[in-house]
Design a protein around this ligand. Sequence first.
Ligand code: AMP
Length: 284
Amino acid sequence: MLVVRHVGALRAAVAAARARGERIGFVPTMGALHEGHLRLLDTARQHAESVVLSIFVNPLQFAPTEDLARYPRTEAADLAAAAARGTQIAFVPGVEEMYPRERRVAVVPRALADRWEGAVRPGHFEGVLTVVLKLLNLVQPDVAVFGQKDLQQATLIQAMVADLDLPMRVVVAPIVRDRDGLALSSRNRYLSDIERAAAAAIPAAMARIADAFLAGEMRASRLEAIGREVLGALPIDYLAVMSAETLAPIERAGAGDYVAAAVRVGATRLLDNHRLGDPAPIAS
Ligand code: AMP
């Protein structure tokens, strides 16, 4: 695996792969890699001969009050794991490399970013889309792979690629979960043992909602109430049934719509979601 830290070296490495006739698959991450990230690399591999991983903790998408400074950084382990998973190129730029001058232009999302994560984290998706567009322009992949774990982010990236006519395919890969169902996340390592145990209520809530929908409950208010009951005293930023296309709240759920939640466990905000009609992520 080639590790490159500069834009010029990245472009040269990708050009060499292209000259060999290889398709390029791309997986952008913020590092602290877990099995969820590694499965995205596997998915990229299914669509491309050459897989590019990026590791960049993007300051633009963190508010001043958020965890930028303490976001986990495990570069050596990340590179070893990515290499073992058949990655050809790892792009690991510093902040100066990505933002060498004052920014004059940004990608500003519209209504799709106003609710849910966007409401709790103003400016977050502008930061995400701006860095993702830069990375997509640097790598120019045939296929870029994102996780369903970050449903609103994946939906916005698909919207950006469609609305701005980016010449690539976006693949959204399913959520990878821990043994008790908790969605893997780099932020799970912030949890104490007691918090980690309490966090299991989040996938349990998704599972109860999934089963209630499969048993015929279509009223969003009922499905949401079932989820809230399972979460008990955990503070909920949002738990809502939403349209897959617009992420707007709906009153009656159909197969393919989503339930998504952001829940606080101690000082850590955890996300989860489930596509209604799919089997429950764990036994409920
Ligand atoms: P992050 O490093 O948190 O920015 O995530 C990088 C990519 O990995 C994003 O596309 C995430 O949606 C995806 N991802 C994070 N956690 C998971 C998971 N548990 N399962 C699948 N994909 C994930």
